[in-house]
Write a protein that binds this ligand. Structure first.
Ligand code: ATP
Length: 250
């Protein structure tokens, strides 16, 4: 469903990515790992439309999305979560999810803010849908809390709820376990699996090796801008080149 084809990215004299290709299958969790400076963030930013690659192409369900900017990708089914959580801190948890749904709805956010009567039914539908996504992410009990007051781990779940509300086909997650404790990481793993069960593909750039090895169907290993290996968790753990370049370092 997502095809990354021969992506090369140069920053001046630095080749951050050198001819990277891989495919993410429908309903699969694909991990992208590698040591510092391997090119993970650069790849993430290219796939999510933040950077425009020097060469190569990206296809989403057969459509070339290579030059589509970030804001045009959600409507095509590709969403991302950020390493530094980006929420509307003064809004409630529920409103944070509703905002995403409003921007998609026919009535739009301005009409809903004006509380026009013909939009009330739509508003009710959006509120119910947003609640369902909070429930899916295990934070329904926090619906009326102000988002800025949430503990970091819950904020991350809210960010995922907001992304899921758009009903994406694929979600790219930038280090979702960063800053989480063991219990929160365990909850996150369960949630990512539930997202996969919904048929949504996931690309995970992550440093937490236990999480990656636990939940990923496929793993792509980058090193110094090149693809060093690709395979299942077991194949990656047993790959001597990966162990030498990365896994063995700790
Ligand atoms: N905007 C930029 N301008 C110049 N060089 C860059 C830029 N972004 C990344 N690089 C370089 O590209 C290479 C890959 O960096 P990148 O941040 O993608 O690696 P990474 O695998 O995400 O590393 P980390 O795990 O430390 O986040 C590095 O040599 C980095 O210095």
């Amino acid at each position: 469903m997502l095809e990354v084809l021969n992506i090369t990215q140069k920053f001046g004299g630095i080749t951050a990515l050198d001819d990277i290709s891989f495919t993410v299958s429908e309903g699969n969790i694909t991990g992208v790992i590698g040591p510092n400076g391997a090119g993970k963030t650069t790849l993430f930013n290219i796939v999510t439309g933040i950077y425009s690659q020097t060469s190569g192409q990206i296809f989403l369900n057969g459509i070339d999305i290579s030059r589509i900017p970030a804001e045009g990708l959600a409507s095509r089914g590709l969403v991302r979560t950020f390493q530094n959580i980006e929420l509307f801190n003064s809004m409630t948890v529920l409103e944070n999810v509703m905002v995403g749904l409003h921007t998609q709805s026919k009535s739009g956010i301005i009409a809903s803010m004006c509380k026009a009567p013909w939009h009330l039914a739509e508003e009710k539908r959006i509120r119910a849908k947003a609640k369902d996504w909070l429930d899916f992410c295990g934070i329904a009990d926090l619906a009326d809390h102000v988002a800025g007051s949430l503990p970091f781990g819950k904020g991350r779940l809210l960010e995922i709820a907001r992304a899921m509300a758009i009903e994406p086909r694929i979600m790219l997650m930038d280090e979702p376990a960063a800053g989480l404790n063991n219990r929160e990481t365990y909850e996150l793993a369960g949630l990512i699996r539930r997202i996969r069960e919904k048929g949504v593909s996931i690309v995970l750039v992550e440093h937490d090796m236990d999480l990656v090895m636990d939940i990923c169907d496929r793993i792509v290993v980058l090193n110094l801008g090149r693809k060093l290996a690709e395979g299942t968790a077991r194949e990656i753990q047993e790959n001597p080149e990966v162990v030498a370049a990365y896994l063995g370092e700790g």
